[in-house]
Design a protein around this ligand. Structure first.
Ligand code: ATP
Length: 348
């Protein structure tokens, strides 16, 4: 079996240059049968495939090695390397192996059978608040672990949060690490651009990118799941960018009629122009909206058990989960309770 390791020595700031996953060069179709297309992006097609020997289903991401006439192997290697960094993160899709063909590198990924949470943002029947809470909590857990490894995703949107199953509604898996970057390795990051309606104000303003950029995206995703609307999308790109830079958001009662006041408060904390004023992922996990009675419990993410009190009114088993995830030395507790009192005195 032919194996090689992909590495590249150069690349823009924040790109990882060395992936450990062996890359097989024999034809993919000797071992796998391609059974259909799952999705496509600008430079990749994702296909469903079945391992002939085991019947196991995978998602094969075919990534072009040349894009716009340029050799882009460094970007492909980077995406593999980020998935390797996140290997123990249960909220990130798992990379099993890789193949190289004449034109593509093919990533054999864990298959997320439940599709994109985007489908639930545009459906006539939106998810219940309890279901949304569970999925946002899992998304934050995943982001928190990524941020602890100094990785920022930078392209979080409902199309990149998948579900392990649809019926019953499974757990989330974060995909598409093409724009992800490692912070602090090579100076400041500034100039990465994502999709207009999901882009954060600091990206539009060429200001430094930090972990807070991903938290903006969590605000957008939550808004979309709750209301079925994209908060900044408008008739054209210019108007969309203007809405983002002015943080022009509709918080009307009609838009939020089906959810609690706490949901609005949670989103308002995240859709804040100054990145330094946004709570971190760990802070967000303390927000009372995510622990209110009636929300669905998440299956536990493996963490070391720890006892201790908490400011939040969560069920005991969930409390333990949350306490452990807050162990990060960088976790700056956001005082949501005080803030909520102030919020209730004003109008949401
Ligand atoms: N592991 C997976 N299981 C099931 N479906 C998947 C999986 N990975 C990706 N998909 C589907 O394929 C789509 C495209 O995948 P992905 O976002 O990784 O490609 P991309 O080319 O990097 O996209 P973009 O150009 O938008 O950045 C996803 O939105 C999803 O619908």
């Amino acid at each position: 079996m032919a194996r090689r390791r992909l590495d590249s020595r150069s690349g823009p700031a924040g790109l990882l240059a060395d992936a450990q996953t062996p890359v097989l060069t024999e034809p993919l179709d000797t071992l796998f049968e391609i059974t259909g297309e799952l999705g496509r992006g600008k430079f990749a097609v994702v296909k469903k495939c079945v391992e002939k020997a085991t019947g196991k289903v995978f998602a094969a991401k075919f990534m072009r090695k040349r894009r716009r006439g340029r050799d882009c192997r460094a970007e492909v290697i980077h995406e593999m390397a980020v998935l390797e960094v996140a290997r123990n993160n249960p909220r990130v899709i798992n990379l099993h192996m890789a193949y190289e063909t004449e034109h593509d590198v093919v990533l054999l990924l864990e298959y997320a059978a439940g599709g994109e949470i985007f489908d639930h943002c545009v459906s006539d029947e939106l998810m219940s608040e309890g279901q949304i809470i569970r999925l946002i909590r899992q998304t934050l857990e995943g982001i928190h672990l990524l941020h602890q490894s100094n990785v920022v995703h930078l392209d979080l949107k409902p199309q990149n949060i998948l579900l392990t199953s649809l019926n019953p509604l499974g757990d989330i898996k974060i995909v598409d690490f093409g724009l992800a970057r490692r912070l602090g390795s090579a100076g400041e990051l500034r100039e990465i651009l994502g999709t207009p309606e999901y882009v954060a104000p600091e990206i539009l303003n060429y200001e430094p990118i930090t972990t807070a950029t991903d938290l903006w995206s969590v605000g957008v995703i939550t808004y979309m799941l709750v209301t079925g609307e994209s908060p900044f999308a408008d008739e054209d790109k210019q108007q969309t960018f203007l809405n983002v830079s002015q943080v022009n958001v509709d918080y009307s009662r009609e838009a939020f009629s089906r959810v609690s006041e706490l949901a609005v408060h949670f989103i308002q904390k995240l859709l804040v122009k100054a990145p330094e004023d946004r709570p971190s992922a760990a802070d967000c996990l303390s927000h009372p909206w995510l622990w209110q009675q009636g929300s669905e419990p998440s299956p536990a993410v493996p963490r070391t058990p720890r006892s201790g009190g908490s400011k939040c009114s969560a069920p005991p088993e969930d409390l333990e989960d949350k306490e452990n995830i807050l162990e990060s030395p960088h976790a700056k507790r956001f005082r949501f309770e005080e803030d909520l009192v102030a919020g209730r005195e004003g109008s949401l």
